[in-house]
Design a protein around this ligand. Sequence first.
Ligand SMILES: Cc1ncc(COP(=O)(O)O)c(C=O)c1O
Length: 466
Amino acid sequence: MRSYFDLIRQYGNSDLLPMHMPGHKRKAGFLGGFGRCDVTETVGTEDLHHPGAFLREAMAEAAALRGSDETYFLVNGSTAGILSAVTAAADPGDSLLLARNCHKSALNAVTIHRLNPVWIVPGKISPLRVDGGVDPADVEAALTKDASIKAALIVSPTYEGVVSDVAAIAEIVHRHNIPLIVDAAHGAHFPFSDGFPADPLRCGADIVIESLHKTLPSLTQTAALHLRGSMIPRDRLRFALQAFQSSSPSHLLLASAVECFRIMETDGARQTERFLRSLTELRNAVKGLGECVLLDKDSAAMTAYDTSKIVLGFRGYSGGALHQALRRDFRVEIEMSAPGYIVAMTTLYDSDEDLFRFGSALKKLRRALPFRGERAFPAVTAELPEKVMLPAEALIRKKETVPLKEAEGRIAGETIYLYPPGSPLAAAGERIGPELISVIRRCEERGFTVRGAEKGRLSVLRDERA
Ligand SMILES: Cc1ncc(COP(=O)(O)O)c(C=O)c1O
């Protein structure tokens, strides 16, 4: 069968005069020729929102591969999938059970639909103070206490690779007759090897959302939403998917999503096996380094761990210092640095040489660090702030900005978060406490950008009568 990419390339190279979008007209000079295949809905191409035979079949093949009832390609990232899943699962005004380390798109969905977020706070894994998994007992307790909760959303795996007990959580939420949405944006590779944790879809989740672009060979913004069972109304989900995505989905992105599943179906297992061998060597080399802490499946606060994430800290050094030294001295650019650790992402497209080079850099890193003695930055573990009003209510109130030192006791006017990973330190509508102010101050001093706080000032509600 021809690939969707062949199809758009054929159109791109044809002599048809394009009196239509896109505006760059696929001229050779545009983006060095890269725009050649950026075509629109035209001869042979299809509309994602009303798919023809090709895309319907490609999504059905992806569904068969992934074991879903339906799979939808996404061109607006997992972000669109999360917004759509919440739209389909909860009615305006409902309560949504939400892990506090959720992505900002989940909180945006809460705001758009005037939902009441009921938070579950994952424990921390020492000594790096990484977020642990969601405890099924917390889910049980929350659902028993609050019958107004209409759906649950957890992140598994997390940015750092921590996996929750999705099977146990799915059993609990289904017993309470509500659906489970799993944000598996960082876990699209799980189904392709037993060397990775279990696929959340097979563990019983109703919707699983995966960013193809994060851990599989696919262009940025490509993602997939997998649906199983009958708890989510499909017409609402389809409505939301077209509402939260462009009406002109990029065909390059669609071709990439199609190709991604084809690659994984035909060669994914073999490539992953090779990758896992090299990855194990890399992890063993790093584990042997003194003063280094490498996150692994050795904590009760997680059910499984995705070893393709290299999450590590060196005693006495901030994640920022490690990040800079890797870039400056070894020409290695990692995914992100948190105050106390770094996150590097590896995938099956890393060659053995790439992983060896990264391992060598980590071995030499300690000696390249500029100075000793800096205390590891305390993790951002402020208490869960008091919820004064719904995020949707805070959105429409009048706001002002005040210096950090004057923000204590005020109500956050917008969500305050570190990006990445984009989980809320305080959601809009929550009361700002002294601990949060000190966390923000220390993050800013260390060069981290805190969204929702600018140059030492915070957005707070002007009229605070709730
Ligand atoms: C946990 C989590 N969920 C969802 C997303 C959104 O994914 P995307 O960038 O594909 O929209 C991210 C992005 O970093 C994330 O970290």
